[in-house]
Design a binder for this molecule. Structure first.
Ligand SMILES: Cc1cc2nc3c(=O)[nH]c(=O)nc-3n(C[C@H](O)[C@H](O)[C@H](O)COP(=O)(O)OP(=O)(O)OC[C@H]3O[C@@H](n4cnc5c(N)ncnc54)[C@H](O)[C@@H]3O)c2cc1C
Length: 482
């Protein structure tokens, strides 16, 4: 007997869903999927198990309830978990190319991703549309050495600072406009199941009151769910805590004077740096350091000292950043009290892979891929990850659209893999000693007295100067006249 799925079919062909790569799903697989869905339906007592003939679809050989349950689950070519920069940009590019995409994010509304929100000039040049997101561009940067020496950098190309709520919403809206279906849903790791050529995703229990079944199926699973990615843990294995950086900070009000410089200060006697990134309506202060060097209390105190110094300098240009003078006491107390009642704390991790891990970690396989932080793509020296999130999304989308998703692995390695590996090699040296003082101290000292070195440093901030040839560039600049 010929089975027909719906009136549009003729002959013996079944309405087999596309698996995302234009191939066709086979019969046994479809049956397994139906069986999985029906099992769930029965557990939830939404369907009966009686075998019967359906008047609507004339389905005789398989229980109509299995078929209808399957119909309730929408099928996509790509399922992207996480709508940060990586996931949203990948969704947008795939949807533009006609791929049927579902994009999921479980972040509660109004809760921003913990981030400084700095986006390099290199990223702005690669994707100029980013400048349409609400943010602030910055063309001057104050840098401080660990001992407090100041270097003013006039940047040839500005970078941007965004509130992550504004930035992420902008990118997500673009994905939606391009045709991606966006779901406010947290996908639980236990709710990810694989059949032969397909995936089913299930919303974490208790995550919403969605009434429509909360399951989705698709041919390609993309993990863009950030540094703590459960998709990456499942598909590429967990990263040890030592391969994570720690970043924490406070969102605080803009200074009353209205003048709010952008500051990066290398920490005195500590690995890492503090930043002050002014946004449109507040400042993001923070410290990024390695997991190894992280100690909550002393680093939190250091950040408070930094914030205090930052506001102190807005009221008195002669005041020091790190050191408080006797005459500063009263003012400091007032600033502290105000900050204590207004500053909102945030903290999160950033991947910081070790040198060897860059060779061994795989970020894609048959039917799956990882992007951005989920893949481990962040600069191990600075913690910058937005550029790599966007670039990995682009490289993956191009590979997928070109019907060679596995080429993504080779492409990211060639594109930015070498540079990130070099950054891992340099991390210890960058925060280590050089000629009897911290390297960062020497770097700022040299840049204060040498235009060439200052320019290389500016290029580093702009994201235009990679690590692979950094040493050569610095040496060459140092040999040129001041
Ligand atoms: C404090 C701090 C400061 C930083 N400052 C900068 C900076 O100034 N410049 C810079 O370039 N980089 C910075 N970074 C790094 C940067 O934030 C990340 O590299 C970047 O956000 C990575 O983008 P992504 O899309 O891969 O992941 P994310 O931006 O983390 O997005 C992942 C998304 O997945 C969602 N998600 C997670 N789990 C699930 C789930 N189970 N189901 C559904 N959705 C899920 C999350 O809600 C989130 O929206 C900073 C990081 C930190 C922690």
């Amino acid at each position: 007997m010929t089975s027909q799925f719906g009136p549009q079919l003729t002959g013996t062909e079944l309405p087999i869903p596309s698996n995302g790569m234009g191939k066709q799903t086979n019969w046994p697989q479809l049956f397994r999927e139906l069986w999985t869905v029906a099992g769930k339906a029965v557990r939830e007592r939404r369907y009966s198990t009686t075998v019967s003939t359906c008047n609507e679809c004339q389905l005789h050989t398989i229980d109509k309830h299995l078929y209808h349950a399957f119909q309730a689950m929408e099928h996509f070519e790509a399922l992207i978990v996480g709508a940060g920069p990586a996931g949203s940009f990948a969704a947008e590019l795939l949807a533009r190319a006609g791929v049927k995409v579902a994009l999921f994010d479980g972040r509660p509304e109004g809760e921003p991703k913990a981030c400084g929100g700095g986006v390099t000039a290199k990223a702005l040049k690669a994707w100029p549309h980013l400048l349409n997101a609400v943010g602030r561009t910055v063309d001057q940067l104050e840098m401080y050495s660990p001992s407090g020496k100041r270097l003013h950098l006039q940047l040839e190309e500005p970078f941007a600072i965004y509130s992550r709520t504004a930035f992420d919403t902008y990118l997500r809206d673009r994905a939606r406009t391009a045709g991606a279906q966006v779901f406010a849903a947290k996908i639980s790791a236990r709710g990810i199941k694989r059949t032969q050529n397909s995936w089913t995703l299930r919303e974490a229990s208790g995550a919403s009151n969605r009434a429509d079944g909360s399951e989705w199926s698709g041919g390609m699973l993309v993990g863009a769910d950030g540094a703590g990615s459960s998709v990456a843990r499942m598909l590429a294995g967990p990263l040890p805590p030592s391969e994570m950086e720690v970043a924490f900070g406070y969102r605080a009000p803009l200074p009353e004077s209205g003048e709010a410089p952008t500051v990066v200060a290398f920490l005195p006697a500590w690995v890492g740096y503090a930043w002050a990134f002014p946004r449109l309506d507040h400042i993001s202060f923070g410290i990024a350091t390695t997991q190894e060097a992280f100690e909550h209390q002393p680093l939190d105190k250091l950040l408070w000292d930094f914030m205090l110094g930052y506001y102190r300098q807005r009221e008195d240009p002669k005041a020091k950043l790190w050191a408080s003078r006797k005459t500063d006491r009263e003012r400091d107390q007032r600033i502290k009290e105000k900050l204590a009642s207004t500053a909102e704390r945030y903290a999160a991790r950033i991947p910081g892979l070790n040198e060897k891990t860059w060779d061994t970690r795989r970020v894609c396989g048959e039917g799956w891929a990882l992007l951005g932080d989920a893949a481990g793509f962040a600069d191990p020296v600075t913690g910058e990850g937005i550029y790599y999130a966007l670039r990995s999304a682009e490289l993956f989308a191009e590979s997928f659209i070109g019907h060679s998703p596995l080429e993504y692995e080779e492409r990211w390695r060639q594109d930015f893999g070498r540079d990130l590996k070099r950054a891992s090699q340099m991390r210890r040296r960058f925060y280590g000693n050089f000629w009897g003082a911290p390297f960062t101290e020497r770097m700022i000292e040299f840049a204060r007295g040498h235009r060439g070195i200052k320019r290389v440093l500016g290029d580093l901030v702009a994201g235009e100067q990679g690590y692979v040839d950094l040493k050569k560039k610095l040496a060459r600049s140092a040999l040129r006249p001041v």
